[in-house]
Design a protein around this ligand. Sequence first.
Ligand code: C2E
Ligand code: MG
Ligand code: MG
Ligand code: MG
Length: 288
Amino acid sequence: ASKQAGRNRATFFSDEMGVEAKARDLVELQLKHAVENKEFTLHFQPRVSMRTGKVVSAEALVRWNHPQRGLIMPSEFIAICEETGLIEDLGQLVLELGCRQAITWHQTGLDIDLSLNISPRQFENQRLLQSLERFARHPDFPENKIELEITENVLIGDHDLIAEKLSTISKLGYRIAIDDFGTGYSNLSYISRFPLHCLKIDQSFISQLPKSGPIISLILTLGRQIGATIVAEGVESCEQLAWLRDHDCDEVQGYFLSPPVQAKNLPAMIQLLNLSTGVIRDAHEKFI
Ligand code: C2E
Ligand code: MG
Ligand code: MG
Ligand code: MG
């Protein structure tokens, strides 16, 4: 009987794996179709200046608008896209949607910057530079108001080549941010070599405050030395906000201020946040 059970189990497991592999194939196929049909949309999460309490920027975060399942978050598809190469077309789509949005904001007088996430594979691809050049030629291109977020891992490799690429992008009128700073590649020598305008402290450090205080202080000092704007990601509480304000962090982003919202809801969210600058001041006074 035990032999029988063992055999059944073996079949059971291999069937399970078959099902999983098939499910993954299906997602891949659906994703390919989705990229072709442009079933993606951007949500925008405001970034608030600690100095003025005003919204200065918004990060574009992609969502898959699945015809049956509704909105799907990037954790379910970005890695698959990166592995299969679909990210090149998806990244292109995001870049187009994002740049068009930034141009619209500029034209309608909404004075905020825009951040776009660029995947490692997309950064490698020559198409990125071509597209960035094309958008930069638009008569209403908002110069130095579009920021490209790359992760530290993108900076591994030939530093001369990377430095050249970053400086080309920078000269075209885009800013460069390092996303999830402190979690990736640990060689810090690149910091002073590359044109970096912004460091985004990874949310894992923010969620571990005050224990992670010394690391955040170090990043703040480093950022100031190179003249970069420091942004804290994933701010979820008044205590975290107060700590960051007391340590002169430049900007904050996180659910405590606002979740990512649809483009059509962004102006109202900005208005609400701009009216409640007191949130930041109160956080300061309460915990000083
Ligand atoms: P990220 O670029 O570090 O973006 C921040 C993520 O943290 C977003 O998740 C955001 O919704 C979430 N977040 C914001 N505030 C809070 C908070 O207070 N607490 C917590 N726990 N989370 C917060 P999302 O939208 O699910 O995106 C996840 C990741 O997917 C992004 O991390 C980014 O790496 C990637 N991603 C998103 N959009 C794109 C894109 O257009 N292209 C590429 N290549 N990657 C993207
Ligand atoms: Mg990001
Ligand atoms: Mg991040
Ligand atoms: Mg992240």
